[in-house]
Design a protein around this ligand. Sequence first.
Ligand code: SAH
Length: 340
Amino acid sequence: MMDIRSMDPEELAQLCRSMGEPAFRGKQLFQWLNRGVSSFQEMTDLPKGLREQLAERCVLCPPAVERKQVSALDGTIKYLWRMGDGNCIESVLMRYQHGNTVCISSQVGCRMGCVFCASTIGGKVRDLTAGELLDQVLFTQLDSGVPISNIVLMGIGEPLDNFDCVMKFLNLVNRPDGMNIGMRHISLSTCGLAEEIDKLARYRLQLTLSVSLHAPDNETRDRLMPVNRAFPVERLFRSCRRYFEETGRRISYEYAMIDRINDADWQADLLAEQLKGQPGHVNLIPLNDVRESGLRPSRRTAQFQHRLEAHGVTVTVRRRLGSDIDASCGQLRRKQMLQP
Ligand code: SAH
């Protein structure tokens, strides 16, 4: 079966031509797909013969809402989607002043193995297709009725470990004839695959790159994030510096505050030292408890923040949205896996 959800209008035009139809049918088809229809029958302005040919060669299988949790605190909505093959993934809709933001998953599971992260439990099952990435944005908007203006690739999975599909998705979601979400309204978060950061830099996209740093020294980072053994801190920062030079975009460094692991004054000093001469911004995240990890949230976030600021580093502390609904990092899928 053909993966029609991942095709752009040009590819759809090609497909229509191969079925003996004029190319402009591709545009119509793209518009229908961006409206979230679940059958070719609904595409009423396409000739019946084309609809039948399409139905024979492609499946339209929108994700089904397996679970939906709405935060009573801040209106955050967390979706657990069941996909055509039975696998589940999560997306989270957050209401910010600067716009409604959906956080989407890039893989079913994850193979990066960060010790504090729930997404990694059970490893990676498979990559998501470009169409499945797009569907998370589209169906979150359709189901909630909330118009989405921003996207963060910070859900389950490592987006740069699924590079081609993510690039394809960015192109689809960005198109004016599609969802038309501007690159500056998109953030992509990576655990630090330095070679892929170099590759991404060459596209010179205007999206925001977030790097999950979590420790400024190799000893601590090795312990928290296996990826650091392949790309240690110096190597990672070299790619980050290059990324800024290529794109002109400041990088955002994510730093989950973990009790007595990465919250010492010397670590703030070292982090500030490393950020010298490269415009970046640090986002301190309160650690979400994942029982399996044995790690606890730090109580030194304010001190750590002030110490960084004293060195001239720009720091924000992330607000916790949806903390009453397991709204972070694979926690809902984990629950589902433990008690199906
Ligand atoms: N694989 C990508 C994107 C997914 S994780 C990445 O690593 O960046 C999104 C963010 O949540 C990352 O910064 C990740 O390190 C962080 N995170 C994961 N588990 C967390 C936890 N228990 N508490 C706080 N942040 C966590």
